[in-house]
Design a protein around this ligand. Structure first.
Ligand code: MSP
Length: 511
């Protein structure tokens, strides 16, 4: 039985249009999903949309649509954007899916049965933008830190979840790494907050109509965050498809940015404990992309649109930039200037140019055919092979730690080495001098290094990797390759016919 790997992104609010911030998490999750498929694992990759709550109902009204029509349109836009960005999700969940609503109700009935729900009165400061209550200490100058608006004081009769009951259990699970939170800084942040005390939370709304009916009281709906978190189990059949659920749950990793850490690190695991379910193995919390140091959102008018970017820089150009610019976990400020510089240096000069330098030599000197390596390998070939093995090994351990930027840097060591090898061996001169044996060795080794580079970049830049393989004339399908065997030196089959094509990443003119 292959190992299974279940990875999720947060489900995105339909209030915003898909932007480069959402794309960041989704592309990272896609890279993980593709990488684990490349390891031969069976992967379930989940993303979707979070569609309930007063905010959505208000936006629908504003645009003259019913909430369902409004959600259908935005969910469709998310789906199309992920298609554009070559996202390989297995499932797209919507919280308005009937199956999801059924799972939510079953889940809540279960934790109620186990005595973790009670009725009470809640008084608090509510930010509609975030659909959550804030404590006065969480506010910045009395305003929501994300929306810069004043939360409204609200008093409501609600149903509560006994979150406080799980305080000690959660501390223990996190401290003993049974429930892992990365990076360390985020883990410490959660532990500190947990230790300073946890209050029960209200999980129903009497004042919100657009939501899942609360199973204990039909005059209430389920608090959107509780509804949303349950997506991670409803997508794999909780309460409906027992075998699927047993197969996939728990998730190996939930990805998200730090803005929603508390929900995932405290509320969600407590809900799961209340229902006697296993916890996800790991949370990986990445940084925030800002534009001029501000959160990207439609309401702030500073959204960067992946459609416009992809038109100019290509989908793989965006995928590469987003993951190579900042360590996955740290914050970063988005700039087109950096995107263009990186595109020119890493993609046009390094990666794309490698193929563009190599293919014409094969056409001119070997009639386009990659020959058998007839000459004896020199120290140059041995170095190339050794570096390739080293990089493949390092990629495995870096990917295990979700060090995506560092993985790309590691692969780029190979790209630069291939350029150096090309310079040092100068196959065009060997051809001129009629040194056919040596020439065949050099051409073969170059083809081989490029095959391996393509394989290693394939989770990050799937289209580029396919183009590399096609242009190198590799016949096997990239989709059937398995690591590490597939990257073992000598896998290139001589006799392949290369195909000349336009440069993969034409240089950009930067002012
Ligand atoms: N609907 C909730 C999540 C529920 S999950 C059970 C939500 N949605 S959201 O649309 O606001 O998206 C939040 C997530 O989108 C962030 O945690 C992050 O993964 C991603 N990002 C949105 N904007 C981002 C940036 N500007 N930078 C980095 N990631 C960003 O919260």
């Amino acid at each position: 039985m292959p190992k299974k790997f279940y990875v999720t992104t947060p489900i995105y609010y339909v209030n915003d249009v898909p932007h480069i911030g959402h794309s960041y998490t989704t592309i990272a999750a896609d890279v993980l999903a593709r990488y684990h498929r490349l390891l031969g694992e069976e992967v379930f990759f989940l993303t979707g949309t979070d569609e309930h709550g007063a905010k959505v109902a208000a936006s629908a009204k504003e645009s003259g649509k019913t909430p369902q029509e409004f959600c259908d349109e935005v969910a469709d836009r998310f789906k199309k954007t992920w298609k554009l960005l070559n996202i390989s999700n297995n499932c797209f969940i919507r919280t308005t899916d009937k199956e999801h609503e059924e799972s939510v109700q079953k889940f809540l009935a279960k934790i109620n049965e186990r005595g973790f729900i009670y009725k009470g009165e809640y008084e608090g400061l509510y930010c509609q933008g975030c659909e959550r209550f804030y404590l006065p200490d969480d506010l910045v100058d009395g305003k929501c830190p994300f929306h810069f608006t004043k939360p409204r004081p609200i008093t409501e009769e609600n149903y509560f979840f006994k979150l406080s009951f799980f305080q000690d259990k959660l501390i223990k699970l996190i401290e003993t790494a049974k429930f892992e939170i990365f990076p360390e800084e985020r883990r410490n942040e959660v532990l500190g907050k947990l230790k300073s005390g946890v209050e029960d939370i209200s999980i129903s709304r009497g004042s919100v109509e657009w939501g899942v009916s609360f199973p204990l009281d039909s005059s209430h709906t389920v608090y959107v965050w509780v509804d949303a978190l349950i997506n991670y189990i409803s997508a794999v059949g909780y309460g409906r498809k027992e075998n699927d659920f047993l197969k996939w749950w728990p998730a190996q990793v939930h990805l998200m940015a730090k803005d929603i850490l508390w929900f995932h690190a405290v509320i969600w695991p407590a809900m799961l404990l209340a229902a006697e379910l296993e916890l996800p193995r790991k949370l990986f919390v990445h940084g925030f992309f800002t534009v001029n140091k501000q959160k990207m959102s439609k309401s702030l008018g500073n959204v960067i649109d992946p459609w416009a970017l992809s038109e100019k820089y290509g989908v793989d150009g965006i995928r590469h930039f987003l993951l190579s610019e900042f360590p996955f976990g740290a914050d970063g400020d988005f700039s087109i200037r950096r995107l263009e510089e990186r595109y020119n240096s890493d993609l046009a000069n390094d990666l794309g140019n490698l193929l563009h330098r190599f293919l014409p030599v094969v056409v001119k000197s070997c009639q386009g055919k990659v020959p058998d390596p007839a000459g004896k390998p020199t120290h140059l070939e041995k170095e190339l092979e050794a570096l390739s093995d080293e990089v493949t090994g390092n990629v495995t351990s870096l990917m295990e730690q979700l060090k995506l930027k560092e993985t790309l840097e590691e692969i780029w060591r190979l790209v630069r080495k291939a350029h150096k090898y090309l310079d040092e061996t100068a196959p065009w001169s060997l051809a001129k001098a009629g040194e056919t044996e040596r020439l065949s060795t050099v051409i073969y080794n170059l083809a081989e290094i490029m095959r391996i580079i393509a394989l290693l970049i394939s989770p990050f830049m799937p289209t580029t990797a396919e183009k590399f393989w096609k242009q190198l004339g590799v016949e096997e399908s990239l989709a059937t390759q398995i690591l590490p065997q597939g990257a073992r030196w000598g896998g290139f089959r001589p006799g392949a016919m290369v195909k000349l094509a336009q440069p993969l990443f034409p240089r950009l003119e930067i002012d």
